[in-house]
Design a protein around this ligand. Sequence first.
Ligand code: FUB
Length: 448
Amino acid sequence: MRTLKICGLLAALAGAGLQTARAQNPIITTQFTADPTARVFGDRVYLYPSHDILARPGRGRVGWFCMEDYHVFSSANLTDWTDHGVIVTQNKVPWVQPDSYSMWAPDCVVRNGKYYFYFPSTPRDTTGGRGFRIGVAVADKPTGPFVPQAAPLAGVRGIDPNVFIDHDGQAYLYWSQGNIYGAKLKDNMLELASAPKTLGELPTKGLKEGPYLFERKGIYYLAYPHVANKTERLEYATSTSPLGPFTVKGVLMDESPTGCWTNHHSIAQFKNQWYLFYHHNDLSPKFDKSRSVRIDSLSFAADGSINKVVPTLRGVGLTSARQKIQIDRYSRLSAQGAAIAFLDTADTFRGWKTVLTNAGAWVQYNGVDFGQPKLRTATLRGTSAAGATVQIRLDRATGPLLTQLTVPKGGAWQEVKAPLAAFQPGRHTLFVSLKGGTGAEIDWLRFE
Ligand code: FUB
């Protein structure tokens, strides 16, 4: 019944021209997405990322960032995302150089029922100097239609706009250009109300950009990517007021272990849990200017400091047992004989597979919701050259055996089914292991 309802909803969204996707990390697998600003409006999370595309001769600068427009996505559970389509594009903003492909990191806030979308880009008019400016587009709904202002914000030069509205209603704009700057905004959200202030207590060596300011329990947190060593890591500073002075507190996410040079983030609380939205080049491991948004949970220590976030593939949210469970977005893998790989290296958007090569090798996937109505069958999409037996256990590597599936010998991908030995309602961790055979590759699992 619930599946039917979800299928009906997905069909209705598709009929309305909206694309939907389900994923763990990265959360959007239909296009590249970067620089995620997540905002909670009502009972949904809205994601305003940059949209990386590949440059080619005549389209942007080959080998560099290339972005021509912005999409907005939304979700009620951080797992199922709806793409509401393009909201702002470089060809339709009066002040933007239309072939600059420089629609970099944006933000969006709501005030008095109007949604203000802030974005940087290259201006047509460079008489006041070269470099990025920041503009605003305004809408009545978080998904638009957004109407761009005719001119960029006066007095602001730089990238990565971020807006914070304090409890007293005062709005602040932050941005970066070497340093990080902040200024008050007028009530109209379209003009500065104070001169830009350099937030000078931050590290002076190494690029800083991508400011994101939020408040919790009277502490103002300013988080920012900073190149302290080789690539960007996420650091933060705190203050008792929105424009500082700030005290540098530490690192909230380390540098990418695989060398993605940028990171860019936002932090949001949704249904009593804090989350870090950030990016990594999951779908483009050889070119780090094509990035993808991820989400992981974030928590605070008793003294208000942010506990360092360790990136995961599993990400956040529950996965319904009735959906395709992409166990390659694992929580843990056995030390030997288990790995992940792209299904098709020529088309990374097709996703990944889990490769189990040794008997006993396993993959753990947390947070699967089996619900209440009894499920009877497991389906696995897999392949095995010599044939393999795969076991699925609940909750522990030695936990109850839920089912055992046989992947027949042969190179082709196939869906195999097996009955469930013991159905257990509710939320469980899955342990998927290779019982016998010389190896198996698994695309997904599902229960009916
Ligand atoms: O996406 C282009 C730029 O890369 C952003 O503006 C920076 O924050 C970095 O993520």
